[in-house]
Design a protein around this ligand. Structure first.
Ligand code: HEM
Length: 316
C-alpha cells in the first residue's frame, strides 16, 4: 500500500496539471488582439453603402438639408435607398420630365443624377446647395458623380446586392369634382365640411375623377364603377354608374390645390330623384389597374374620414 503511494500522488499531480492546462480559449482574446471597426469595412464606392459613406451622409444629410428636413432622406443607408429608387420626385425637370429619383439602369433619367449636374429651370441650384468646411465634395465631385451613375446603371442594387425592381403602386386619386354639363365651372365645396354642393333642380350633372399612376398609362386603367350611397360606409344599396375615359381631359383644381387632369367622367341624371334636399351622398370608385391583381377602391374602406367627405356630394 505504502509502495503505491508515490504513484498515486504522481497520477494525482499529473491530472491536476492537465486540468489546469486545458482551459477553453477565451473568444474575446481574438477581438482584443485585432480590434475591428465596422465603420471601416471596405465597401465598393459604387455600392449603396459606399455612396452613403462617401457622399450621402457627409455631404447631403447635413443639418437642415437631407437630414429629414427635405427629401430624399439621406440619414441612413435604408432611408437613402427607399427615398431614391423608383421613388416619385417632387420637383421635375420641365425641359425633359421624368418619373423617378432613381430609375435602375438609367442614370440619365434619374433626378438624383440631374440634380447633381443640372440647375433645373435655372432656378433650383445644383446639389449640394451648400458644402460644409473640410468636406471633400469639390475635390472628388467628378469621381463621386461617376460612382452614383455607375451604381444606378448597375441596377441600383440594395444593401443585399439585389437589383432594384419596379414596384407597381396602385392608382392614386388626384381629384374628385362635379359640374353641370358643358363648359361650366366645377361646383364649389361646402366651407364647413368640404362636400361638393350641387344646386337643387339640375336635370343632369357630371362627376369627374382625376388619377395618377406612374407605372400604368391612365388610358390602360379601367373604372369598373362609380357607386353613390346615402351611407358613408355601406354601399350595398348604392346607385352604380359607369365612368368614361377622356383622352382630352378637363384640367381643374384637384385635391392638393393644384390643377389636375380629370380623366374619368360619369353622367348622373335627375339627381333630385336620388337625393333629398340637404342630404349628403358618398361616392366611391372601383378601378382596375392591368398591372395589379387587386381592384383599387377610392376612397378605401379604411380611408380617413376627411377623404370620404372629400368624395361626398350635398344637394342644396
Ligand atoms: C450631394 C449631396 C446632395 C444630393 C445627392 C441631393 C439630392 C437632392 C435631390 C435628388 C433633390 C430633389 C428631390 C425631389 O425633387 O424629389 C434635392 C432637393 C433638395 N435639396 Fe438636395 N441634395 C444634396 C445636398 C443638399 C444640401 C447640402 C442641401 C442644403 C443646403 C440640400 C437641400 C435641398 C433642398 C432644399 C431641396 C428641395 C428644393 C429643390 O428641389 O430644389 N441638398 N436634393
Amino acid at each position: 500500500m505504502m509502495k503505491a503511494l508515490p504513484y498515486t500522488l504522481f497520477i494525482l499531480i499529473a491530472l491536476m496539471m492537465l486540468s489546469c492546462e486545458t482551459d477553453p480559449p477565451n473568444p474575446f482574446d481574438v477581438y482584443n488582439q485585432i480590434p475591428v471597426d465596422t465603420n471601416q469595412i471596405d465597401v465598393s464606392a459604387t455600392s449603396i453603402e459606399g455612396l452613403y459613406k462617401n457622399i450621402f451622409k457627409p455631404t447631403c444629410a447635413n443639418s437642415g438639408c437631407h437630414d429629414g428636413s427635405f427629401e430624399p432622406d439621406f440619414r441612413t443607408i435604408e432611408s437613402s435607398y427607399n427615398t431614391l429608387v423608383y421613388h416619385p420626385l417632387i420637383k421635375n425637370d420641365v425641359d425633359d420630365p421624368i418619373d423617378y429619383r432613381v430609375k435602375a439602369g438609367d442614370h440619365q433619367n434619374s433626378i438624383l443624377y440631374r440634380r447633381l449636374t443640372k440647375d433645373l429651370g435655372g432656378n433650383s441650384g445644383i446639389m449640394p446647395l451648400l458644402i460644409d468646411p473640410g468636406n471633400d465634395w469639390e475635390e472628388k465631385k467628378d469621381e463621386y458623380i461617376k460612382n452614383i451613375s455607375d451604381w444606378i446603371d448597375g441596377g441600383a442594387k440594395d444593401i443585399m446586392g439585389q437589383t432594384a425592381t419596379i414596384v407597381d403602386r396602385a392608382p392614386q386619386m388626384t381629384g374628385f369634382a362635379a359640374k353641370k354639363p358643358g363648359s361650366n365651372p366645377i361646383y364649389p365645396r361646402d366651407f364647413g365640411n368640404g362636400s361638393i354642393i350641387i344646386p337643387f333642380g339640375e336635370p343632369t350633372i357630371e362627376i369627374y375623377l382625376g388619377v395618377s399612376d406612374l407605372e400604368s398609362p391612365i388610358s390602360n386603367l379601367s373604372v369598373i364603377s362609380l357607386e353613390i350611397s346615402k351611407s358613408r360606409d355601406h354601399f350595398a344599396n348604392a346607385q352604380v354608374y359607369s365612368m368614361t375615359y377622356l383622352s382630352n381631359p378637363p384640367s381643374e383644381i384637384g385635391y392638393s390645390g393644384q390643377n389636375v387632369d380629370y380623366q374619368f367622367r360619369a353622367t348622373v341624371d335627375d339627381p333630385d330623384n336620388i337625393w333629398d334636399l340637404g342630404e349628403t351622398a358618398f361616392a366611391r370608385i372601383l378601378i382596375q389597374d392591368p398591372l395589379q391583381n387587386d381592384v383599387t377602391m377610392i376612397p378605401g374602406r379604411f380611408s380617413a374620414d376627411h377623404l370620404k367627405i372629400y368624395f361626398s356630394i350635398q344637394l342644396q
